[in-house]
Design a protein around this ligand. Structure first.
Ligand code: NFA
Length: 101
């Protein structure tokens, strides 16, 4: 015996907010060798040789290039690790992060 005889139903649509994603950005400099930049992109961002070369050249020509988007924590960690890899080799290679619009 139904307690609710109403002919109308309301569908609950829970609003699950997706976490805002953050971009990892490769910044150009005059000292880091192109091949080293490509190597770091392949190692830390699982890119193919072709993808890595395109991203590297774009940053080289335009000053910056978006490498990938991740949750804030992952973006921060990847940017730091990739920047540290450059520093470890004596290069000023820089990866930064910023929130996506
Ligand atoms: N501009 C660097 C060079 O000519 C290459 C580079 C590209 C460095 C992208 C950093 C980021 N050797």
């Amino acid at each position: 015996m139904p307690e609710n005889d109403s002919k109308t139903t309301t569908k609950v649509r829970p609003k699950t907010e997706r976490p805002r994603l953050h971009k990892v950005i490769l910044v150009n400099d005059d000292y880091t060798p192109r091949e080293f930049v490509v190597m770091v992109l392949k190692a830390f961002f699982s890119m193919s040789e072709d993808e890595a070369a395109k991203v590297m050249i774009t940053a080289h020509m335009k000053g910056v290039c978006v490498v990938a988007v991740y949750t804030a924590d992952v973006a921060e960690t990847k940017a730091t690790e990739a920047t540290d890899a450059g520093r470890g080799a004596g290069y000023p290679l820089l990866f930064t992060t910023e929130p996506e619009e």
